[in-house]
Design a binder for this molecule. Structure first.
Ligand SMILES: Cc1cc2nc3c(=O)[nH]c(=O)nc-3n(C[C@H](O)[C@H](O)[C@H](O)COP(=O)(O)OP(=O)(O)OC[C@H]3O[C@@H](n4cnc5c(N)ncnc54)[C@H](O)[C@@H]3O)c2cc1C
Length: 300
């Protein structure tokens, strides 16, 4: 199987893990047909997905990820950046502000925060920001007029927008915001303006929360796995779909790290190839977002 086919198959199988496939699209199409917004039309393709809490998976589910690692004897040192990484004899030497760690094997999983730890790696991804803004709780009546059945929805246009109403009647709008860390909910202006265009009854609602972080986008929009030396694996570039994908990749990456080259995994292992003219990514992303929004608005 070629590279895209293998990764597509892997991506689809992990997406199925996070979405209720039979339900997908039907509810979105129904909402669009019922014209719950003056903007929903044939060219706005809405899909519904089911939800999971990444924080709960990472922090509390007893048989998963962090908790599983700790119960197997791992020590977790959060807020401790790796400052440098190099070979020292047959082991890896990782320097941190608080001390040096020696390791037989390294999994470098810095994704959208990738820096200079490994040569040229930073230039293989575009570290775009994705943002979410949330309103103050709205009345039951307004909530029902927006989404009577409370699905999670995303618009599969050129620039993805996704939304839901939470258990406190807050509308959460997610999508592309500014390409920098935000300081207040007002910085997430586009999803907020878009929400008011979708549902004019929201005009004047207060937006009380906003947050954002970095995603890693790759040139081919597929996740990448690199193995630039023995006993180091580098997965990155989930392209904004990492909750299920990165979780599913974890077991495979562990198998490869433990088993070495003879342990085959479903993901292809590729070379590190920097994106040409990487330094200009902020200009490129801003232009692509504006063009995508215009095309989504015009339905082309
Ligand atoms: C607003 C928003 C909404 C999203 N919504 C969804 C969604 O609905 N579904 C979905 O599937 N995905 C979603 N994503 C994407 C998802 O969060 C990512 O794909 C996922 O977190 C990737 O996991 P990861 O472990 O590869 O990277 P990350 O979660 O980014 O983790 C990388 C970690 O590496 C650490 N790090 C970096 N450099 C160093 C260093 N030198 N030393 C030590 N540590 C370092 C960072 O601090 C960070 O904790 C969303 C992202 C954002 C920002």
């Amino acid at each position: 199987m070629g590279y895209p086919a293998a990764v597509t198959q892997f991506t689809h199988s992990t997406t199925a893990f996070a979405s209720s496939a039979g339900f997908e699209n039907r509810c979105g199409r129904r909402l669009a047909k019922r014209k719950l917004s003056p903007v929903f039309s044939d060219h706005v393709s809405l899909s519904t997905v089911s939800s999971i809490s990444p924080a709960r998976i990472a922090m509390s589910a007893p048989c998963w990820t962090r908790a599983a690692a700790i119960s197997a004897g791992a020590k977790v040192h959060g807020e401790t950046p790796a400052l440098s990484l190099r070979r020292e004899g047959s082991r890896w030497r990782i320097a941190t502000p608080r001390g040096v760690v020696h390791a037989d094997k390294v999994l470098l999983a810095t994704n959208g925060f990738t820096d200079e730890l490994w040569p040229a790696l930073r230039r293989t991804i575009v570290p775009v920001f994705s943002s979410i803004a949330a309103t103050a709780p709205v009345s039951d009546e307004v909530a029902r007029s927006i989404m009577p059945t409370r699905p999670m929805l995303y618009e599969s246009g050129h620039i993805t927008v996704y939304y839901r109403i939470d258990q406190h009647n807050r509308l959460l709008m997610g999508g592309c915001g500014p390409m920098r860390w935000i300081k207040s909910p007002n910085d997430v202006a586009y999803p907020m303006r878009y929400a008011e265009r979708l549902w004019p009854q929201l005009k004047g609602v207060s937006w009380t929360h906003g947050w954002n972080s970095r995603l890693a986008i790759t040139g081919d929009h597929y996740p990448h796995v690199h193995e630039p030396a023995e006993n180091i694996l580098i997965p990155l570039g989930c392209n904004g779909r990492g909750v299920a994908l990165a979780t599913a990749m974890g077991a495979q990456l562990a198998r490869r790290l433990i088993g070495g080259a003879k342990a085959e995994i479903d993901m292809p292992i590729t070379g590190i190839k920097p994106i040409p003219m990487h330094a200009f990514w902020p200009v490129g992303v801003t232009t692509a977002v504006i063009a995508g929004r215009v095309r989504d608005r015009l339905g082309i």
